[in-house]
Design a protein around this ligand. Structure first.
Ligand code: MN3
Length: 254
């Protein structure tokens, strides 16, 4: 009986001791890595060789969410855009083009040179596309550009609905543009594949200040076949201040 009491005492002490130990266990610190995006850094994306460089992005790949998802932006910039830049450098070398701006290459383009045409277009078009996007929400046209929008389209909303209609109806892959003629007049136009309004074969020529990519690679991961959803989303991340500044620069350069 005495032995049993001793065993019970030991068991009680042991369990109390155990409980005390459990109380003293500290919780692990939360892992900070868990919140870090697994997307790569746009600044690491560089051409293999050549004069035409990647221009970088003024925002992170996931900065345009929820309108354009980070993975789409990463693939678009680091695979598609980089691909055009590398192939442009190769095509320019092949055509012995040196010391020319991309605008000069496009203006003097031999449209039968498909490697140069597709990749010079792809390079220029994507530079403008990525430049006019930003995480800044609710920007509006300003200054002379805002006045031109009212004059040439009636209102911003009318311009927007015309752009969306053009983008919805465009067959296959291509681009929708706002271009400026030498008098400062704004026009909407579309091109197929990677053609653009600076090329000699353009039906409507002018200087682009807005580029909307209608290739499926620009939206398919998030929007699949629902192109209209992508077009509407795109308008949430256009930086109209940048577009307005581009318009002002053209007026000054005149
Ligand atoms: Mn694209």
């Amino acid at each position: 009986m005495k032995n049993l009491a001793f065993l019970l005492l030991c068991a009680t002490l042991f369990s109390c001791n155990n409980e005390k130990k459990l109380e003293e266990v500290a919780l692990p610190e939360p892992e900070t890595e868990a919140t870090v995006s697994n997307l790569s850094n746009p600044a690491d994306v560089q051409v293999t060789e050549g004069e035409f460089k990647m221009k970088g992005l003024a925002y992170k790949y996931d900065a345009l969410e929820p309108f354009i998802d980070g993975k789409t932006m990463e693939v678009h910039y680091s695979k598609h855009h980089l691909g055009y830049a590398n192939k442009l450098n190769a095509a320019a070398k092949e055509a012995k083009i040196e010391g020319k701006t991309i605008e000069e290459v496009l203006a003097n383009l031999d449209i039968k040179n498909m490697a140069l045409r597709n990749n010079a277009g792809g390079y220029y078009n994507h530079n403008l596309f990525f430049e006019i996007l930003s995480a800044k929400k609710d920007t509006k046209p300003t200054g002379a550009f805002a006045e031109a929008v009212t004059k040439d389209f009636g209102s911003f909303d009318q311009m927007k609905s015309q752009i969306i209609e053009m983008g919805t109806k465009l067959f296959g892959s291509g681009w929708v543009w706002i271009i400026v003629d030498k008098n400062g007049k704004l026009t909407l136009t579309q091109t197929a594949n990677q053609d653009n309004p600076l090329m000699p074969n353009a039906t409507e020529k002018g200087t682009p200040i807005f580029a909307l990519d209608i290739w499926e690679h620009a939206y398919y991961l998030k929007h699949q076949n629902k192109r209209a959803d992508y077009l509407e989303s795109f308008f949430n991340v256009v930086n109209w201040e940048t577009v307005s500044n581009k318009y002002d620069d053209l007026l000054i350069a005149k």
